[in-house]
Design a protein around this ligand. Structure first.
Ligand code: ZN
Length: 67
């Protein structure tokens, strides 16, 4: 994960703390929601059609380092 310096104040998606201007942050894409109704899926997961929306979220340095 590459950290960038923010030019504006952001909020960490994970811990909700604020990332102030000049601090390091990273962006991560997360899946929004779970499976979409109407999509097909087999029991064994051999053929899976799952449409997930992925959105980028801001994360503070602390949250990105905790793994
Ligand atoms: Zn955080």
């Amino acid at each position: 994960m590459k950290l960038k310096k923010t030019r504006k104040a952001r909020n960490c998606y994970s811990c909700k703390s604020s990332i102030s201007k000049g601090n390091l942050y990273g962006q991560k894409s997360i899946a929004l929601g779970s499976k979409v109704n109407g999509q097909s899926e087999t029991a064994e997961g051999m053929y899976t059609v799952v449409h997930q929306m992925r959105i980028p979220v801001d994360m503070c340095q602390t949250c990105l380092e905790v793994k």
